[in-house]
Design a protein. Structure first.
Lengths: 367, 367
């Protein structure tokens, strides 16, 4: 776990600026970032009440107290235990006493389960509800050097996995078999968890989030391999394209256009430009080359404690990039029924540009 | 995936009874149960709008359409695609047109992320919001024979893993090392995913949800091993106790009391009794033997597509058990700083009693 010293204090500063009285955060990345506590997502409520006045409380089910205490979160917030038959919502209401002068303005964790939000809305009928990410994104989007270092180690680990993939892609094997071997390689190369393994072969390569399945690899297949895991809590995420034998008709030209678009987007990264301008830098050349309608997703997503987080590299996002922001650049071309391709690197915004953390060649690997 | 034919129709019947106009269900067990679609949990909204009048729609991000279509969900609901820059909330509002005559009464998936519920509440200001589980629990709590069969296969698979655990628990190894080996064994014995691996040794055994860590196993350790995975989407979950060498003082007496309590609770299972009566059947003898304050959690939880689901075996739950309900019975004793123990089996309610799906011996295994 990377320590983000002072993160709760900085969150309180943002609460003051944004006139929010408290954040209510369940298990997940915000809680880990602010307190170091990797809470289990359970039907029993775990909730950090992070107050603008810094009188924080961490409400935990009784049987989770040892794990919560071991995380060190008790140094930052008072740990309040709720028994199996106790009322966690009453504990939240109590932890919010005196947090505001009028009707409470509360920021609720974006991924908190709705069953808890409905309970909270009932227990606190006068409050107004916002997304906590309006505040936590301001912290989490700008990575510290320790966080960038973790992302770099994750990127290097996934690059080592990709270097092993072509040996696994043999005609006659199924996507699922290859996927299992890749999952093992993800752990062997230094990740602590496997986040996802996408092996889309032949026509399946045209489904961006294809689930590795029973299809048997065969000569002439285009194969998209998009894989990731975590290192010290931070994610890797890298896509490369493979071809078994001779590529299908039209593949080489399309891939050359994709490489150019991906390179153009990476070259456009620097502080002061908008997220949507990076999307346009990838999209415009593909549109010009006639592939625009086959590039059916945004260009990228932020990455950190979550696989997908802010900033999103998408049309309409006018967010201005700053040093320390980290995100994927992953344009793709998907021709339904024929083949698909995607090239993905993680990029960090540095002082005078962008640095790719994934450094493997981007041409299709012929196996 | 077990097919639950007609589940959407039965959900619509319950909507009529409970006067709910539609259910709004995101990725997760409800969606899988009702449509067979194992959607990815993404920051892009995927939402099943299941209407009382059976005009169902499945709203999916454009790049998920191939996966959604491949699931067969398109036979049950109209698949509506939203592009990367489209407005999924407008698509939901449109899919709800004509669903009710007055203000809409909507059941929202218990685990839908709050960011989506806040968006829905803003987009549909006149609606009232309930938990969808009030309806989906009525279906999912009563397992079909195919579902019980999947749970039985999962239980048999985890029993085979426990039969291998004592060979892994060697003094000098860390909890984490043992945990990694157990995770491999979970896959080798026929699970498709590893859900969790708890190896709590020595004083760590007194933390019910201890994370397998760096602690080195040593003679005299009590070890709690609580493990589970999934088979065809359905979970296994089984806890057994191990002792390395001679047990700590007081351990044998406590374990004998725990075995008796767990057996009493299992014997109390039959149709017509309440969930809380099963909790009492485990708790009362432990309280009588002086261990009541060290049994700090409920006796059990339902299990199926989710590791923890209804019915919960806890004081205050007056739900009456029926054939086909499946849940854990897992009393524990936790002496802080000394040792802990827990015995857990999955039980299915049958016509004239309860049947344990886990059949291994329940005494502590001495290694």
């Amino acid at each position: 776990m990377i320590t983000t010293t002072g993160a709760l204090d900085r969150a309180a500063d943002h609460m003051r600026t944004q006139d929010v009285d408290a954040l209510l955060l369940g298990p997940g990345a915000d809680l880990r970032y602010l307190t170091g506590y990797a809470a289990l997502p359970l039907e029993r409520l775990t909730l950090l009440v992070a107050r603008r006045d810094r009188r924080h409380a961490l409400i935990v089910p009784e049987l989770e107290r040892p794990r919560a205490a071991a995380s060190g979160a008790g140094d930052l917030a008072e740990i309040v235990t709720v028994s199996e038959t106790g009322d966690p919502l009453a504990a939240v209401a109590s932890a919010l006493e005196g947090a505001g002068t009028g009707a409470l303005r509360l920021g609720v964790g974006d991924r908190l389960w709705s069953t808890f939000l409905l309970g909270l809305q009932e227990a606190l009928p006068g409050a107004s509800w916002e997304r906590a990410s309006a505040i936590t994104r301001e912290l989490r989007m700008r990575k510290s050097s320790a966080e960038v270092d973790a992302l770099r180690r994750a990127a290097q680990a996934i690059d080592r996995v990709h270097a092993r993939v072509s040996a696994l892609l043999k005609p006659g094997r199924s996507e699922a078999e290859v996927g299992r071997d890749i999952a093992e390689a993800i752990m062997e190369e230094g990740h602590q968890t496997v986040s996802f393994v996408i092996v889309g072969s032949g026509p399946n390569s045209a489904s961006p989030h294809h689930e590795s399945g029973a299809r048997i690899l065969q000569p002439g297949d285009a194969v998209v391999v998009d894989i990731g895991g975590t290192v010290d809590g931070y994610g890797s995420d890298c896509t490369r394209d493979y071809v078994i034998g001779d590529p299908p008709e039209g593949y080489a030209e399309a891939h050359a256009a994709l490489e150019a678009a991906q390179a153009a987007a990476c070259a456009a990264v620097r502080p002061g430009v908008t997220a949507e301008s990076i999307d346009a830098a990838a999209r415009d050349p593909l549109t010009g080359a006639g592939y625009g309608e086959y590039f059916i997703h945004r260009t990228g997503h932020g990455i950190g404690l979550e696989e997908h987080e802010e900033p999103f590299i998408v049309a309409g996002n006018e967010l201005v990039l700053e040093p320390g922001m980290t995100f994927s650049i992953e344009p793709g071309i998907y021709l339904p029924g024929r083949f698909g391709m995607r090239i993905e690197d993680i990029v960090v915004v540095i002082k005078d540009g962008g640095e790719r953390l994934n450094t493997l060649d981007r041409e299709p690997v012929r196996v």
